[in-house]
Write a protein that binds this ligand. Sequence first.
Ligand SMILES: C[S@@+](CC[C@H](N)C(=O)[O-])C[C@H]1O[C@@H](n2cnc3c(N)ncnc32)[C@H](O)[C@@H]1O
Length: 197
Amino acid sequence: MQANSGNEPIPQQSALINFLTCWFRNPKTVGAIAPSGPALSRTMAAIVDPSVEGPIVELGPGTGPVTAALLERGIDPARLVLVEYDKDFCVTLRNKYPGVNVVQGDAFALDETLQGHTSAPFAAVVSSLPLLNFTTEQRQRLIECAMKMLRPRSPFIQFTYGANSPLPVQSHLYETNALKRIWWNLPPARVWTYRAR
Ligand SMILES: C[S@@+](CC[C@H](N)C(=O)[O-])C[C@H]1O[C@@H](n2cnc3c(N)ncnc32)[C@H](O)[C@@H]1O
């Protein structure tokens, strides 16, 4: 490994700078004030069962901490399909995670965005989208579309800084579960799962 000359930012600093630059450009789309921490990222990745067949779709991966946790969990990079809106984050993700499929596009038009890139049924959807910045109708459409593309019993995994579920809890399409709040994250966050019936 080459020594850091002092002029190059260390990797975490460069991820943070990359994240903050995007935040200043578009705070509503980025939604968070800092990248997801390791405790939150690992909690999300731990819900994914690598033995279930099919693509694992990540929505709003940003600088990629959840991607790293999924790879650390032993998931084959070729199974990961990342949907990210921001062009600069896509460049970062392609450089950081060779072999992972990075699709630049709108996660709220999931079926159109993924056309030609991957096909359902998915083993899991792992979302870091800042859902509370989007309308109830947009969120409802997203979860309904995702449920149609997931295997039965496979999870849609979402974190939120809010007190309540960012998606409707009552649905004939899925069951909802809340995990314990992760205090060791900035800000503290809670992971919710929505499992296709
Ligand atoms: C909370 S940040 C992601 C945080 C990420 N876990 C990290 O630590 O870098 C939300 C991400 O969702 C992306 N995003 C927002 N709206 C999107 C959309 N409609 N489609 C795809 N990605 C979107 C943003 O560009 C941003 O990367």
